[in-house]
Design a protein around this ligand. Structure first.
Ligand code: KE4
Length: 430
């Protein structure tokens, strides 16, 4: 496969961008090959600058649930552009978006738009602290909630007191109020609340973890988080940046029937444009400026072009509920192809979210995910890429399926999966 222009662009990019990219995972560093620079995308396919057309299972890390360049979304975006790109003033579309969110995600009685998932999460955490008057936040090892300082933390040796920054440039003081528990481990959560019974403002969780690869909540885990936060008067924040509008129209909270106090959104809500949102009970959200004392702001929050793309996307999903059945059916085909072809792998799947882990250990938490053979994953990634199938360039990301993926796409993908696990492993590792 020719990737000469991608390599040429990558060499130039590394001169002027950190790692040659605007977001680290795009660098392909963990899969040992040069990144592909993309020229265009349509439906379920993306085409790189060398003209290689690939079946895309990254879907821009989640926004692309309808497929790329959906005609109805493009039509709304183009029409919005003709009316100007940004005003820095309130618009009707922002009211429509907030009203639609309260219908699709009823727990979001009041919401605010921002420009990324990171911004949504950092704002929701500030609201939780402002509303409760408490400082500590409990998160889970392996869950990612964007790159705000207080959340770039990893469990220290004694998880309750020695958590450490997970990035240079984050002062230890900035994470001293961040507790780290283990996903699917109720006892690790109880220990935090028993140690700090009236200091935890909120628990933030990916209701389906998708940043250590896809790891599903064990039965009762989300309900347990709901109950223990109520018991200790802490808030429960569902970070639905990935699961929102993906697992169901109402997100994971609809899918699992557990209602958080605050929800953060990103990705699909923008239909491919930069939109994040946070929201929840009116009583809580009324503490946000200018109603209340918790400050949060943004120049391009609720941008008219971005809200046009987001509203068009959400309305298509709202009008076609069968999409979630179609998405799961397609994903189950891929899951079954992996399970019937591969030994020594684990497949975690829910709805149209899935991960293949190269480990013999059932993946139910961070430790099990971390036991994966990342070199084997890299080998698998390169084998598929060379055959024009574009999956996440990291073991610890998700495979996303869109409504645009055709049976022909799935047939080809299943064929290559079978080829890899029966012959490719020896071929590509030589
Ligand atoms: P953004 O700031 O990247 O829009 O959203 C941050 C975020 C928050 N919460 C969850 C659950 C997320 O998955 C993310 C971002 N997801 C990653 C992919 N795992 C974005 C891809 C990237 O970092 O380039």
């Amino acid at each position: 496969m020719n990737d000469a222009l991608s390599r040429e662009l990558y060499a130039r990019a590394r001169q002027r961008l950190p790692g040659g990219v605007n977001s680290p995972v795009r660098s392909f560093l963990s899969v040992g090959c040069a990144p592909r620079f993309i020229a265009s995308a349509k439906g379920s396919h993306i085409t790189d600058v060398d003209g290689n057309e690939m079946i895309d299972y990254v879907c821009s890390w989640g926004p692309g649930i309808l497929g790329h360049a959906h005609p109805e979304v493009l039509e709304k975006v183009k029409a919005a552009c003709d009316a100007g790109l940004t005003y820095g003033a309130p618009t009707e579309r922002e009211v429509e978006m907030a009203e639609l969110l309260s219908v699709l995600v009823p727990s979001m009685e009041v919401s605010r738009l921002v420009s990324s998932g990171t911004e949504a999460v950092m704002s929701a955490i500030r609201v939780a602290r402002g509303f409760t008057g408490r400082d500590k936040i409990l998160k889970f090892q392996g869950c990612y909630h964007g790159h705000s300082d207080g959340l770039l933390v990893k469990a220290g040796s004694a998880a309750l007191t020695t958590n450490v920054p997970d990035s240079a440039g984050v002062p230890a003081d900035f994470v001293k109020h961040t507790l780290v528990a283990q996903y699917n481990d109720e006892q690790s959560v109880r220990a935090c609340f028993e140690a700090f019974p009236d200091e935890i403002a909120a628990v933030i969780v990916e209701p389906v973890a998708a940043n250590m690869g896809v790891v599903l909540p064990e039965a009762g885990f989300l309900r347990f988080l709901r109950e223990i936060t109520e018991k200790y008067h802490a808030l429960l924040i569902f970070d639905e940046v990935i699961t929102g509008f993906r697992l169901a129209l109402g997100g994971a909270q609809e899918y699992y029937g557990v209602t958080p106090d605050l929800t953060t959104l990103g990705k699909i809500i923008g239909g491919g444009m930069p939109v994040g949102a946070y929201g929840g009970k009116a009583e809580i959200m009324r503490c946000v400026s200018p109603d209340g004392p918790v400050y949060q702001a943004g120049t391009l929050s609720g941008n008219p072009i971005a809200t046009a793309a987001g509203l068009a996307t959400l309305r298509i999903l709202q009008q076609d509920r069968d999409i979630y059945r179609r998405l799961e059916a397609k994903t189950l085909r891929l899951r079954d192809a992996f399970l019937s072809a591969g030994a020594g792998i684990q497949v975690d799947q829910v709805g149209s979210l899935m991960s293949v882990f190269f480990t013999d250990t059932p993946v139910v938490d961070y430790a099990a995910a971390a036991s994966s053979d990342t070199a084997a994953y890299a080998d698998y990634f390169r084998f598929l890429l060379e055959r024009n199938i574009y999956v996440a360039p990291s073991q610890f990301e998700a495979l996303f399926v869109s409504d645009a993926h055709t049976q022909e796409d799935l047939d080809r993908t299943c064929e290559v999966i079978k080829e890899y696990f029966t012959h490719g492993i020896c071929l590509s590792r030589n």
